[in-house]
Design a protein around this ligand. Sequence first.
Ligand SMILES: [Zn+2]
Length: 420
Amino acid sequence: MQLDRLREATLEEVARYLAGVVQRDDFKVSEICDVLLKKAVLAHASDLHLEPCGSGTRVRYRIDGVFHDAAVLPLALHDQLVSRIKVLADLLSHRREIVQEGRVSLEIGGTKTDLRLSVVPTVAGEKVVARIFAASQASFQLEALGYDEAMQRRVRAIVLDLEGLFLLTGPSGSGKTTTLYTILHEIRRELDAYASIITIEDPVEFEFGLWSQMQVNRQASLDFPAGLRAALRQDPEVIMVGEIRDGETAEVALRAGLTGHLVISTLHSGSAPETVTRLVNMDLEPFVVASALTATIAQRLVRRLCQACKDEVALDPAKQGLIRRLWRGAEGAELRAYRGRGCETCQFTGYAGRLPVAELLEVDEDLRGLILEKARTSTIRRALVDRGWRSILDDGLAKAAAGLTTFEEILRNVSLREVL
Ligand SMILES: [Zn+2]
């Protein structure tokens, strides 16, 4: 299929085209692979799944967080398809019983895109997942991340201070890595003459060639704490640690933050206030947490309403009541809701692209006091709310009321567990 045609084709057209290809006697598996991989990139999918099922090999794309079928191919082709992809990624194509990981670099119309490949043996055959890191499409500007203006300003001020520990939290696929990379770009743009930057990642999602990137390598005993210690020996101003998973890494990261370095990282937790208590509960000295932690962001990605076909719609009274109960910003205001009618721009889904909903917690005197007292998450949250803090739910509901997304999308993606 020609590149221009592939670019324009809907997923149904691609599926029909591939169904036609496999009917021919002289078809090549390499062509099928080529179409599937390239279309995944062109359709802005975040990942491609190749899954052997009873009825055939199911190929699905995840676009804006939702799966779409790209093709169902005969099961007889499955092993050949997987072999072809493994060859592209320099993996062992004859080994079908082991877990393998690799990388494929695709060039489409002059633009290079990296795909990270994982192959897992299942009872029905090997399942392949390719994660697409569309760095070429990202601008790595803070303005482009989708945070509101006040938050952009605060984040910029905090990270350009080049000090302390700055943490992000959110489920996988919530844009944390893009935010971390954006912060590094921002520092490089603003403070290149003053900052040496190094990262420790598992895996390195994208090679920028702009600063040093270390890959975790457990066989060589290079894990997050060891990598972080090694990085500190070279006295960099800025260190990005892919993830803080254990007390040891957290401890070294906090100490580094206390001694004149900026450490940015991610930590698994449900919210910004919970990130603070998680750290304290990793058996760390509360005063170290209180002095080194500067801020934390919790975020989710939600689908953006298609701006080409959105209509204002009535909000049913029950939902209106719920939203008013959840959102202080709704007080006194008339609640507006929107829905995408569906058009070509959004492939008739009503949504096009994604945007983050987020909460930023800055550690100030009051919060430092609460950390020293080992306060619970709910206590920290209450103290913040009393001061008019904007939670992720406030941010999301405000974005829905402004027609950037829908209330359904927010209620589906943001946990109400801590609020209700
Ligand atoms: Zn539309």
